[in-house]
Design a protein around this ligand. Structure first.
Ligand code: FES
Ligand SMILES: [Fe+2]
Length: 317
C-alpha cells in the first residue's frame, strides 16, 4: 500500500524514498531524474538527497526551508535485490538479510524468474512451510498433471509420484526472525525410485516475506531460488521467484527446476486464491507445526500494523 521511488545515485548507492514529492505531490518515480546523489522532481525541479531525503535545491526559490524533506526508507542491496525495511512504528532495522556468497561471487548465475499475484493474506504463503501434511497430498501427484486441481489427481499421471520428507524448525537467537524447512524430494515411476529426481531443498525463511531455497542435486549441481512476497494491497501479494544456479550446469537444468517449482506453487495459489483464513482451524496432532508457525509469525506484527476495516478474524495485512 505504499508508493515508493527507488534510484541509484551517481555514487552507485541505491536509495528508496516516498514516491510523492512533498511539494505538490508529483511522482518522483515517473520522470524523476538522478542529479548527483539526489533525485529531481519532474514537476518543479526540487531536488532531494537520497541519504536523508533533505531538499537541497529549489530552482526558483531564494531559500530552501529546513523542513523541506521527502521521507526515506531504510533499504539494502543484496543478492541482486533491493530490499526495503517496513515497520509500522518506524523502528529501524533489527536484522539484516544475509548475503548468498555464490551469487556475489557469480559462481551461481541468474537463470530466470517467475512472478505471480496471489489473492490471500501474506501469512498464508509462509504458513505453507509448516504445513507438511499438504506436501504429499497437494504436491504428491506428478508435475506432468500440471496445476489445474481438477486434473492433478487424474489416473493418467498415476504412474509417477513425488515423495516429500519435510521438517520445519524455528531458529534460535539471534535468528528468531528465521525459520527453516528441510525437504528431501524423491520421485517414483511405476513404484520404482527414480534417482535422477532426488533433490534436497533447504528453505530458509528470513523475516516475513523472503525465502532462500537452496537446491542440492546428487550430480546436477546446486543453486538457489529466492522467493519474495510483497503485499501490494490488503489481501493481494506479489510473489517473485528468482533462480541462480551453478554456472557450469546447462541452463536447462535450473529452468526445469524453476518450471517444476512453478507448477507446484500454482497448485498452492489455487488453494490460497479460494480459501479463507481460519483463526481457529480444526487441527490434529500431526498439524502442530501450523500453530507453532502462527506464534512465530506473530512477531512480525506490531501495535500499529494495519488491519482490514471489516476484519473479524484478527489478521493484519
Ligand atoms: S511537485 Fe515536486 S517539485 Fe513540485
Ligand atoms: Fe505448497
Amino acid at each position: 500500500g505504499e508508493q515508493l521511488a527507488a534510484f541509484r545515485a551517481e555514487d552507485g548507492q541505491a536509495y528508496v524514498v516516498d514516491a510523492y514529492c512533498p511539494h505538490l505531490g508529483a511522482n518522483l518515480g515517473t520522470g524523476g531524474r538522478v542529479v548527483g546523489n539526489c533525485i529531481e522532481c519532474p514537476f518543479h525541479g526540487w531536488q532531494f538527497r537520497g541519504e536523508d531525503g533533505k531538499c537541497t535545491r529549489i530552482p526558483y526559490a531564494e531559500k530552501v526551508p529546513d523542513f523541506a524533506k521527502v521521507r526515506t526508507w531504510p533499504s539494502c542491496e543484496v543478492n541482486g535485490m533491493l530490499l526495503v525495511w517496513y515497520h509500522c512504528e518506524g523502528v529501524a532495522p533489527t536484522w539484516a538479510v544475509p548475503e548468498q556468497r555464490e551469487i556475489t561471487t557469480k559462481e551461481w548465475v541468474f537463470r530466470g524468474q517467475t512472478e505471480h499475484f496471489v489473492d490471500a493474506h501474506i501469512q498464508e504463503i509462509p504458513e505453507n512451510a509448516a504445513d507438511t501434511a499438504h506436501l504429499d497430498f497437494l504436491h504428491g501427484p506428478a508435475i506432468l498433471g500440471g496445476s489445474d486441481l481438477r486434473y492433478t489427481r487424474s489416473r493418467l499421471w498415476d504412474f509417477m509420484k513425488h515423495n516429500w520428507k519435510a521438517e520445519w524448525q524455528l531458529e534460535p537467537e539471534p535468528n528468531k526472525h528465521c525459520s527453516h524447512l528441510l525437504v528431501q524430494h524423491s520421485a517414483t515411476i511405476f513404484g520404482k525410485h527414480f534417482s535422477l529426481m532426488d533433490l534436497t531443498v533447504s528453505a530458509r525463511q528470513v523475516g516475513p516475506g523472503l525465502v532462500f531455497l537452496i537446491f542440492k542435486h546428487a550430480f546436477l549441481g546446486q543453486g538457489i531460488i529466492l522467493q519474495t512476497v510483497t503485499p501490494l494491497e490488503p489481501l493481494l501479494q506479489k510473489v517473485v521467484h528468482i533462480i541462480y544456479y551453478q554456472k557450469n550446469v546447462p541452463a536447462i537444468i535450473p529452468k526445469f527446476i524453476l518450471r517444476a517449482e512453478c507448477i507446484q506453487f500454482e497448485r498452492d495459489i489455487t488453494i490460497w486464491n479460494n480459501k479463507k483464513y481460519l483463526s481457529k482451524p480444526l487441527l490434529v496432532k500431526e498439524d502442530s507445526g501450523i500453530q507453532k508457525h502462527r506464534r512465530w509469525y506473530s512477531q512480525f506484527y506490531s501495535e500499529k500494523s494495519r488491519r482490514l476495516p471489516v476484519q473479524k478474524e484478527d489478521l493484519d495485512w
